[in-house]
Design a protein around this ligand. Sequence first.
Ligand SMILES: C[C@@](CO)(OP(=O)(O)O)[C@H](O)COP(=O)(O)OP(=O)(O)OC[C@H]1O[C@@H](n2ccc(N)nc2=O)[C@H](O)[C@@H]1O
Ligand SMILES: Nc1ncnc2c1ncn2[C@@H]1O[C@H](COP(=O)(O)OP(=O)(O)O)[C@@H](O)[C@H]1O
Length: 267
Amino acid sequence: MLIFPNAKINIGLNITGRRHDGYHNLETIFYPVKIHDALEVIESEQLTFQSSGIPIPGRVDDNLCIKGYHLLKKDHDLPPVKIHLHKKIPIGAGLGGGSADAAFFIRLMNQLFELGLSVDDMMAYTRRLGADCSFFIESKPVFAYGIGDEFNPVGLDLSGYKIVLVMPPAHVSTGEAYRGVTPVMPGNSLQELISLPVAEWKTLIKNDFEKSVFKNHAVVRGVKAALYNAGAIYASMSGSGASVFGIFNEMPDLSHLEGENTVFYNV
Ligand SMILES: C[C@@](CO)(OP(=O)(O)O)[C@H](O)COP(=O)(O)OP(=O)(O)OC[C@H]1O[C@@H](n2ccc(N)nc2=O)[C@H](O)[C@@H]1O
Ligand SMILES: Nc1ncnc2c1ncn2[C@@H]1O[C@H](COP(=O)(O)OP(=O)(O)O)[C@@H](O)[C@H]1O
């Protein structure tokens, strides 16, 4: 069975507090975008994992698909499977690619082996795999809070705009990004701001990671400026970086950014 895990962007990201478990409370909008991996699972003689496309750092045993398999196997009588992941979602980009693979793996296994898991059941597994992982069980626009695993639906539809995503040659680890932020409660609720017209977002909707990431990675700041210069109505770094997206009325010409950066048009 084949499935296509999609990436997400964060529109606004307020880090509101540090918790006793070392994690942070946050508020953000998760919005699904059309950049996909391809994940294939077939029943097999033994459990194997292979990948192609963008190389995935770390050991195979630490791959979130393999972790997801072991979690499910504890509760269900599963045969071994052969997993192939074709990686296209940039890694360490703030696009949640690893989390997407894990959540779509759980969805696929539920279907393939008729495990009868509800959305809540699947989210109980994904919560144990990563803070933003549960979003990808439904992959619909949401206002997320808590550590990023509690959701309220939002009626946000950006399909009338052109969204462009740029991945600069920089890598920011999620842990590093959180260490660079001093939590603060926002003056205005993101849940309310998001229903304002996109043209009003620029001065009101912020990503708290940008300050420290821009300080350490000037190239990321440069990409955001380039998107505004190209006519973006709104531009922001996604998540903990380093990717940056722009929302446009018309498709911009960003050929001057290609080469050094990877540019994804119409995500
Ligand atoms: C920053 C965000 C924003 O959407 O996305 P990305 O930029 O990574 O895509 C998420 O909070 C990333 O969630 P996720 O990537 O699932 O995080 P995890 O693997 O669970 O945690 C990695 C590390 O990030 C820190 N962490 C993560 C989430 C959170 N709410 N508070 C934290 O402090 C912790 O130090 C943790 O050890
Ligand atoms: N299936 C996977 N795809 C990508 N990265 C994975 C995967 N499984 C585990 N990882 C680990 O997760 C780390 C973060 O990857 P990713 O989710 O792409 O970043 P981000 O949290 O910035 O969106 C990688 O450096 C990698 O070691």
